[in-house]
Write a protein that binds this ligand. Structure first.
Ligand code: V47
Length: 389
């Protein structure tokens, strides 16, 4: 074992919180097997052998965006080739067909559209609600929420905006748009986007209103190991605050997103390697001791690496997805669907027990496209393998 990891290993086995410097030491260590073993220990303590997936559908409603982030290959400007936006009716149709195919969740994010007004967003949520009443709507990153507050001319009223969206059907917030919280990285790679304090304020406000949310970190570009750990520590602190304030909502899942350089203004960078991906997923599990779930988003991590990641701290691999426009690993098509037998087989082959969950990590009991959740009264997942197998 790498000698620098010995005291860290002792803390992990005693269930003690790691310090920022220890997170940096983990990221800088080449001892991937020890890092994996420690993350696996922390993962099994919470989830045993359970590995979660869901039946979902992603919709990226527009790629027209007021921002021009250097890491992003998704955005387009007015009049540019390939620019698109979906109407409310199109989105409601997609939601209906997702629900008919058995989906429990629809995940909606898009660019910062310069002239759609607030009623487009509330109207779309209501239309989805009417078309597919059981579907959980996880929508709009914190960046979009701040944009909506601005276009509705109430930039200081995040609470009102979130409450209006929730009344129209919003069920929870996805984790996107966090990127890397450090200001230097912000200014070099995504200037113009909200900074960390605003991103956290949106999620805190959502938690106060009783909405659950996720968090991401976009790694493997121009950030340093210290930047990554600072980001995770800010998330950990925000979660501590949500828990001690007794908010009904909180963060459920962290999703480390590996930078995909293809087609972006940072296309000369190579992005993280597979080993870096495994290390980052493991370090998220070890540093974020107050987050229940660590997700390997297979669309970006690949299903093959996600299988291995289940032994490096991960307990969730997202879902069937269907269609994903924001990144195209290896130039893949946007039609990126995996069926349930393939997801379950991948999990089983990795030595874990596949469990279909809904957005709030309640176990789904399914009869074809029809489904129900095991009532457990909280968003917490079943704690033991025995209860979930
Ligand atoms: O916010 C954009 C990132 C995010 C690139 O909450 C890129 O369950 C890598 O947040 N390389 C959207 N990443 C995706 C997202 C997400 C995905 C899956 C599940 C959940 C969840 C959330 O994708 C953006 C941005 O951070 N992104 N461009 C890129 N070139």
């Amino acid at each position: 074992m790498d000698a620098t990891l010995k005291p860290i290993a002792a803390k992990v086995f005693e269930g003690r919180r790691l310090e920022p410097a220890e997170g940096v030491a983990l990221l800088q260590s080449g001892d991937i097997w020890t890092i994996g073993r420690l993350a696996d220990h922390a993962r099994r303590r919470r989830h045993g052998l359970a590995a979660y997936y869901n039946i979902n559908r992603h919709i990226n409603y527009t790629n027209l965006c007021a921002l021009s982030c250097r890491f992003c290959s998704f955005y387009r400007k007015k009049g540019q080739d390939g620019v698109y936006e979906y109407s409310t009716a199109q989105i409601a149709d997609l939601a209906r067909s997702a629900a008919e195919a058995g989906a429990t969740e629809i995940h909606i994010v898009g660019g910062l559209h310069p002239w759609l007004d607030f009623s487009y967003y509330t109207g779309t949520l209501s239309a989805i609600r009417a078309a597919a009443p059981k579907l959980h709507i996880k929508a709009f990153t914190a960046v979009e929420i701040v944009h909506l507050a601005r276009i509705d001319r109430r930039p200081g009223d995040l609470r009102g905006v979130l409450a209006d969206l929730a009344a129209a059907g919003l069920g929870s917030l996805p984790g996107g748009g966090a990127e890397v919280f450090d200001d230097r990285v912000h200014d070099q790679a995504f200037k113009g986007k909200i900074r960390s304090d605003k991103w956290i304020e949106v999620h805190r406000t959502a938690h106060e209103l009783g909405l659950f949310s996720n968090a991401t970190i976009l790694y493997g570009h121009i950030e340093s190991p210290e930047d990554r750990i600072e980001h995770l520590c800010l998330l950990r602190q925000a979660q501590d605050e949500a828990i001690s304030a007794g908010h009904r909502g909180r963060f459920q899942t962290v999703i480390p997103l590996p930078f995909v350089p293809d087609g972006s203004a940072l296309g000369h960078l190579h992005g993280p390697t597979g080993l870096d991906d495994l290390k980052m997923l493991a370090v998220c599990r070890l540093m974020l001791d107050n987050f229940e779930h660590v997700k390997a988003f297979w669309i970006m991590q690949t299903l093959e690496l996600s299988q291995l990641a289940l032994s490096f701290g991960v307990d969730d691999i997202d879902g069937t997805v269907g269609w994903y426009d924001i990144t195209r690993v290896g130039g893949s098509d946007t039609d990126q669907h995996v069926d349930v037998p393939t997801l379950r087989r991948a999990i089983r082959e990795a030595g874990f027990i596949p469990i279909e969950r809904d957005t709030l990590y309640r176990r789904v009991i399914r009869d074809g496209a029809d489904w129900d959740v095991v009532a457990c009264g909280t968003a917490a997942p079943p704690p033991t393998v025995a209860a979930t197998a």
